[in-house]
Design a protein around this ligand. Structure first.
Ligand code: NCD
Length: 311
């Protein structure tokens, strides 16, 4: 039985819900889909994906929907909770049980930590977590790792510098949990004091003996970094505007700073970007964040196909 077969019918709530073999089988499938998309154009014929997004999104929702459409399936979407029964006070458990009657697979984004776990508990069909508050965002990690594997040719023996809002950035939490399982990974965690990674995550990494250095400045890390992962300060998680504005421009990757990055290093960003990467950086071939967004669609195609058991 292939590892992708083992994914059939399963929910994905945390980056660590999948083993490394399952990651690899998804990446191999994503690669094969990317090489020959028409070969998969009918794979999900007759299947329906529901996207329930209770927080703003461009990439994640559209890339899931594009992924399903490119597999020949169909899509139902709640992109604005104000237009759904949530506005009437319906509980998530009830919404999920209802939508599960209409769709074969549910993709959920929700502002509350733990929402995806709750949804997976109540849902008779698989649920994919597309971000639950500041906690996790496992399909962004699939995207990130697939991008690193594509450009660096490996997921082991890498020095990864993660910069920005490490406290509230759910993509960061999932990325660290996904990557730490590969041998030879070393992290530089670059953030202002207030936005350091949450303590439980730091303890998890320390318990595994993962080499990590926390630092307030990016300069020292760049010459050693194979991957620089930039993130946005998560405005929506701040209690006051003043703190957000003070921290928003703490790091700006300019072409001058990029000059310090390893020559074969790559720059990732889950997007959306605000001010943390200057537009002038986009022209550098090491800036691969838009390619990353595209690769995310292929890896989501692989995930959908594997969870629905159509491959
Ligand atoms: C991220 C998210 O929603 O957590 N966006 C995304 O899914 N690509 C990152 C962010 O919003 O900063």
């Amino acid at each position: 039985m292939g590892a992708e077969r083992a994914l059939q019918g399963r929910s994905l709530v945390n980056a660590s819900d999948l083993g490394l073999e399952e990651y690899e089988s998804l990446f191999a499938l994503a690669e094969s889909i990317g090489r020959d998309p028409p070969a998969y154009a009918e794979a999900c014929r007759g299947k329906i994906l529901a996207t329930l997004f209770y927080e703003p999104s461009t990439r994640t929702r559209l890339s899931f929907e594009a992924a399903m459409l490119r597999l020949g399936g169909q899509v139902l979407s709640v992109a604005d909770p104000g237009t759904s029964s949530v506005a009437k006070g319906e509980s998530l458990a009830d919404s999920i049980r209802t939508v599960a009657g209409y769709a074969d697979l549910i993709v959920l984004r929700h502002p509350k930590e733990g929402a995806a776990q709750l949804a997976a508990h109540y849902s008779p069909v698989p649920v994919i977590n597309a971000g639950d508050g500041a906690r996790e965002h496992p399909t962004q990690t699939l995207t990130d790792l697939y991008t690193i594997r594509t450009f660096k040719g490996r997921l082991r023996d890498l020095t990864v510098a993660v910069c920005g809002d490490l406290r509230y950035g759910r993509t960061v939490h999932s990325l660290l949990r996904g990557l730490r399982r590969y041998p030879g990974i070393r992290f530089f965690l670059i953030s202002p004091e207030e936005l350091r990674i949450p303590e439980p995550l730091r303890d998890e990494l320390a318990a595994d003996g993962i080499p990590l250095t926390e630092m307030p400045e990016m300069e020292a890390a760049l010459p050693q970094a194979d991957v620089l992962y930039m993130t946005r300060v998560q405005k929506e998680r701040f209690f006051n505007e003043e703190d957000y504005l003070r921290l928003r421009d703490f790091y700006i990757l300019t072409p001058e700073r990029l000059g310090l990055l390893k020559e074969d290093g790559i720059v990732l960003h889950p997007l959306p970007r605000v001010t943390e990467i200057a537009y002038a950086v986009d022209a550098d071939p090491r800036a691969v964040y838009f390619q990353q967004a595209r690769l995310g669609m292929y890896v989501r195609m692989a995930l959908i196909a594997a969870v629905l058991g159509v491959i």
